[in-house]
Design a protein around this ligand. Structure first.
Ligand code: IVH
Length: 644
């Protein structure tokens, strides 16, 4: 159902009807980001300060104020999304803001100019860290649809504009990454630029040149078939689900994934300042269109023609495409893609529908922001409502406290969800979460589901606010929060929970890989005080182990042999196992190539680290090594490894 035409009423009536019926009362997200991803059928986002369901403004003044408010919010979220690659709200919440704005701008055209200017409609991803480059042809965005009715409407208008009854449509997956324009001149890659504000973007050529599947030269079968003199190829830089999981496994600390979504990983990586650091993450690129093309005669005649030509040049192109010739076929194709996307190795957040013929595209033209010959259909966010049964606090290996929502099991998109991340103390406060609440859980692609809203109509008045612990739940030490950090930490490095996590990481598959040592044994060793530091593993005696429940002589011998073997583990394993900031397996392997011993690494300077890992990681590693506690534990490991 289309949110703007809920109950078949005009928007104001629809909104008021919803309010009157009190069908939905989803309370809000952060003060700074007060939108809640409205379920597919709800009319608009809600906020803390506004009524739980937004009421369409009755007067022009109200409309003007709301338009200005929405523009400011959208600008704020654009800044987070495009420039910092760190969105605070879900895509659906963001889309709800955009749709409410579009509806108001449509219904109150006189207020559009009067309301204060806000976000540029396309957003702007330029960071100021790169030289900028002007696109020869502007990079537009896409209009979006969210329902069968909206898609049909788009199709109806398309045919009306064309003045005939049919047009072949190509339906492609909508890759969820960072839009780029890559220019080839006489078949040679000369430049890769982000969309920026649509007119000019950041020049990230060096970073994208690390992508193995991006050819430096286009393949040509001979002089009779030369590539165009110049062509701007439009595509998306993205990170596959497999790479996203790998990097999160490597870098993730404290139970929190290091990156919330492959899109933030792709955008953040493409904008890293050091191409060597970019090369440690497997970015990918896919092409789905073109901009300027010279000579004009080389311009593709159709989308299908473009895709097969680009493939022949050796470029990765969008696959999984479908064709449609009328509204019914279009809806089937879109639904098909929606079903198939669970099997895609890459993140896709919708389908893009394009008129195949370039001649028809020219006839249709474009608006300020988007072509009339294409539209995106966004897949519905995968959400469900369930009961928040409790909030538990995990303590990670660096002492960060991470709250986790314990949920009544609920099925979302084929998976049973029982837990969701709450990120940090602020998230609970912003949502004003209380145990027993009905919460809206979303799996929008992230591996870890998250809570995006609370149904306050179903809250019993006597439910107390959640009291965030002032003490570490593991060791009782008073927690601290640095002014610059959202995270609350247990400052006690001897905290058993932190030690357990450090040991798990050190002995795990990406560390020194002691397979005989499982989490249960680690817990017992810590609980009995037999291991207080990672290096204590190497002081364990046979009698220490045989005294443990369930440990006979043979299992004690096997574990001791495995521990002894790990003393000589390769250097990268030790470096990765230490859990240095931003150092996963790939970076650890690069460090191990540069430093031939743990001792050598422990004395590394910023200047020595810089060429290997880039400035940001180098800075953090130097700070880590300067910390006396970290230094002491590395020195103890050096002694263990040097023992004959
Ligand atoms: S065509 C004139 N095709 O979606 C715009 N875009 O929300 C032509 N995107 O800016 C875009 N997959 O970054 C097109 N198969 C696809 C796409 C795609 C992802 C992105 C692109 C665009 C954004 C619009």
């Amino acid at each position: 159902m289309n949110g703007r035409h809920l109950f078949g009423c005009r928007p104001a009536l629809a909104h008021t009807a919803v309010l009157a019926l009190l069908l939905l009362c989803i309370a809000a997200l952060p003060a700074a980001s007060p939108a809640v991803p409205a379920p597919a059928s709800s009319p608009s986002p809600a906020s803390n300060t506004r009524p739980a369901v937004a009421i369409a403004p009755g007067s022009s003044g109200e409309a003007r104020a709301r338009i200005a408010e929405l523009r400011a919010k959208i600008a704020h979220h654009d800044e987070l999304y495009f420039r910092r690659a760190a969105p605070e709200i879900s895509d659906s919440a963001y889309d709800s803001l955009k749709r409410e704005l579009a509806a108001l701008e449509r219904d109150f055209p006189s207020e559009v100019a009067a309301a204060s200017p806000g976000a540029a409609a396309l957003g702007d991803d330029r960071t100021g860290d790169f030289p900028t480059w002007r696109h020869r042809e502007r990079m537009l965005g896409l209009d979006k649809t969210y329902s069968k009715a909206e898609l049909r409407n788009w199709h109806r208008q398309l045919l009306a504009r064309l003045g005939h009854g049919e047009a072949t449509l190509v339906v492609e997956p909508k890759f969820d990454g960072l839009a780029v324009s890559v220019t080839y001149e006489h078949g040679r890659l000369v430049r890769a630029v982000t969309r920026g504000d649509g007119n000019e973007g950041d020049d990230i050529t060096a970073n994208l040149s690390t992508i193995a599947t991006l050819p430096a030269t286009l393949y040509s079968s001979g002089p009779q078939d030369p590539p165009p003199d110049r062509i701007e190829l439009r595509g998306e830089v993205y990170v596959s689900w497999a790479e996203f999981a790998r990097l999160n496994r490597e870098l993730g600390t404290d139970g929190e994934p290091a990156f919330a979504h492959p899109r933030t990983l792709a955008a953040g990586t493409a904008k890293l300042l050091d191409p060597a650091e970019v090369a440690t993450r497997k970015l990918e690129v896919v092409f789905y269109g073109w901009g300027a093309c010279e000579p004009a005669a080389a311009t593709p005649a159709s989308q299908r023609g473009f895709l097969s030509q680009a493939r022949a040049w050796g470029l990765p192109t969008v696959g999984d495409i479908q064709l449609a010739h009328d509204a019914d076929e279009l809806w089937l194709a879109v639904q098909n893609l929606g079903r198939l996307r669970a099997t895609f190795g890459y993140p896709a957040d919708g389908a893009v529908v394009k008129v195949d013929s370039v001649a028809l595209r020219r006839a249709l033209g474009e608006t300020e922001q988007a072509p009339r010959w294409a539209v995106a259909y966004k897949f519905a966010p995968r959400q469900a409502t369930t009961e928040l049964r409790g909030i538990t606090i995990q303590v990670g290996r660096t002492g960060v406290l991470t709250p986790v929502a314990e949920l009544a099991p609920v099925s979302i998109a084929g998976a049973t969800v029982t837990r969701a991340t709450l990120h940090n103390r602020d998230t609970i406060a912003r949502l004003d979460l209380r145990v027993g609440d009905s919460v809206v859980v979303e799996r929008a692609g992230e591996i870890v589901p998250r809570i995006v809203g609370v149904d306050r109509t179903r809250r019993r008045p006597d439910r107390p606010p959640f009291a965030y612990p002032e003490q570490c739940p593991s060791c009782g030490t008073a927690v601290v929060q640095l002014p610059s950090e959202a995270a609350v930490r247990c400052p006690n490095s001897a905290c058993p929970a932190q030690l357990r996590r450090r040991l798990d990481h050190f002995t795990g598959a990406s560390g020194v890989d002691i397979r005989d040592l499982g989490p249960a044994t680690v817990n017992t060793l810590v609980d009995r005080g037999l291991v207080r530091e990672v290096s204590d593993l190497y002081r364990l005696r046979r009698t220490d182990l045989t005294a443990l429940p369930g440990f006979g002589g043979p299992s004690a011998d096997a574990l001791l042999a495995a521990i002894e073997q790990s003393r000589h583990a390769r250097l990268w394993r030790v470096l990765s196992g230490l859990g240095l900031p931003r150092v996963g397996v790939t970076t650890a392997k690069r460090l191990a190539l540069r430093f031939d011993s743990l001792e050598g690494f422990a004395n590394a300077t910023f200047g020595e680290l810089l060429p290997v890992v880039g400035p940001s990681t180098a800075r953090e590693v130097v700070a880590y090594l300067a910390e006396p506690r970290n230094r002491a534990s590395i020195d103890a490991l050096v002694a263990v490894r040097n023992k004959p």
